[in-house]
Design a protein around this ligand. Structure first.
Ligand code: ZN
Length: 434
């Protein structure tokens, strides 16, 4: 049976404050006993079984992972079965660390070397679906644009190393495509030099940043678009003297409009900048940070894990697909087994307002796996088996496998998101505590 869930909020410092945060508002709508703290940052709402913020079944207060274990017929005495994903709502005020996630193989290696900073053996692919205008940095820019910025901003050359950047320019100008081993190896050297400049020559970084900002003020843009200038200003304010403040010069600045969606797997450098999104991530904590963060920075691991792909930002977009037979469901299926996202949108048509047409129920696909659904807008009647209930904004449900659900919207717009996966989630019972 469909089960109502109580979920967790994360109050990380980069979250939007109080009622400015969609996370706060949505959480309060579904958890009426919660008082929103006006000055408290509300960064993430977690919907999943991850031990750092496990969902509980509202009726029984039991962890969702236990309910899934109980209901799994192939379960051989496991106390808990985890979902392979966490669905999140995020409200981002400013940049939250330049980072990359390892592949499964890399994660296993890192975990063996350093189980404190890499608490599990799993990978963490990520998908971000824009609820509002949503900005992020993702993947290295095409080589041409990096070259253009090296020309326009000698400060970038200085922190990446004169010799290293010269070599990179030569490789590209000699006709090696940006996909080639040579190009990637040359970029890697530039990147490595730059990351280490933060500890090897912090004064150089501070000086070059100052000169870089002066150059921006004089109107020089290189390959930058005007929308990237406020991003640079925000980084300057929140992370003064941080070498990561140069990152928009070599990473793609993506500006997603509501309903647009992007995905990146392991080995891709990225940073969320601002806005609200639905995020689907692998059920893991493995994050390797490069800069723009007070948290642990692991330069060596980061340099080794990156794939140094240089590409247009469109590479990371996930195309929406209307499901045949389910006209109100749009699927976002990235190239990974850990999660697929469904957007469920029912709009009342103006002309037929008083007609029965609006009362035609919307069927949701019956899936062979469990899923989590969050209602983001509106109110509706949900029918399943012989049950019927009103579902509304803020409600979060676990839908067990093979459940047929019919939804009849009571409002002008009903909007919900559902995440599922056919995989079994990781075993978290060996995690270190604390
Ligand atoms: Zn990430």
């Amino acid at each position: 049976m469909m089960q109502r869930l109580d979920c967790h909020v994360k109050n990380y410092a980069w979250g939007k404050d109080g009622n400015e945060s969609e996370v706060a508002q949505l959480f309060a709508a579904g958890h009426p006993q919660h008082q929103v703290g006006p000055k408290t940052p509300y960064a993430e709402l977690w919907m999943g079984t991850h031990p750092d913020g496990p969902a509980r079944v509202r009726d029984s207060s039991e962890n969702l992972s236990k309910l899934i274990a109980k209901n799994n017929s192939e379960n051989n005495n496991k106390q808990e079965i985890h979902l392979p994903f966490i669905m999140k709502i995020m409200s981002i005020k400013h940049t939250l660390s330049l980072q990359v996630h390892p592949t499964k193989e890399q994660a296993a290696y890192l975990h063996n070397q350093d189980p404190i900073n890499y608490p599990d053996r799993h990978h963490k692919p990520e998908l971000a679906y824009a609820l509002t205008k949503f900005e992020l940095l993702c993947g290295f820019r095409p080589a041409k644009q990096i070259l253009q910025n090296l020309q326009a901003f000698p400060e970038l050359r200085k922190v990446m190393g004169e010799q290293e950047t010269e070599e990179f320019e030569k490789v590209i100008k000699n006709g090696h495509p940006q996909e080639s081993k040579q190009a990637k190896a040359a970029l890697r050297k530039c990147f490595k030099k730059m990351l280490y400049s933060q500890i090897n020559s912090p004064t150089l970084v501070t000086e070059q940043l100052k000169s870089f900002y002066n150059r921006l003020e004089s109107g020089i843009r290189g390959a930058l678009i005007e929308e990237t200038i406020p991003v640079l200003e925000s980084m300057r304010k929140h992370f003064p003297g941080d070498v990561g403040c140069f990152s928009p010069l070599y990473l793609n600045h993506m500006i997603l409009q509501p309903g647009e969606c992007c995905f990146y797997a392991a080995e891709e450098l990225h940073a969320y900048l601002s806005g609200e999104c639905v995020e689907c991530v692998g059920c893991s904590n493995n994050t390797i940070r490069a800069a723009l963060t007070p948290k642990f920075i692991d330069r060596e691991a980061l340099i080794n894990v990156l794939n140094y792909r240089m590409t247009d930002p469109e590479f990371y977009l996930v195309p929406p697909q209307k499901l045949t037979n389910y006209p109100n469901v749009t699927e976002y299926a990235p190239d990974c087994k850990d999660f697929t996202l469904h957007e469920i949108q029912i709009l009342k048509s103006q002309e037929s307002e008083s007609l029965a047409a609006n009362d035609v129920p919307t069927m949701l696909p019956s899936l062979k796996c469990g899923s989590i659904m969050v209602i983001v807008e509106g109110e509706a009647r949900a029918k399943y088996l012989l049950n019927q209930k009103i579902i509304k904004r803020g409600d979060i449900f676990y839908i067990p496998p093979r459940q047929s659900i019919q939804i009849t919207s009571n409002s002008n717009q009903f909007l919900a998101y559902r995440t599922f996966s056919y995989e079994i989630g990781p075993n978290h019972s060996f995690r270190r505590l604390g």
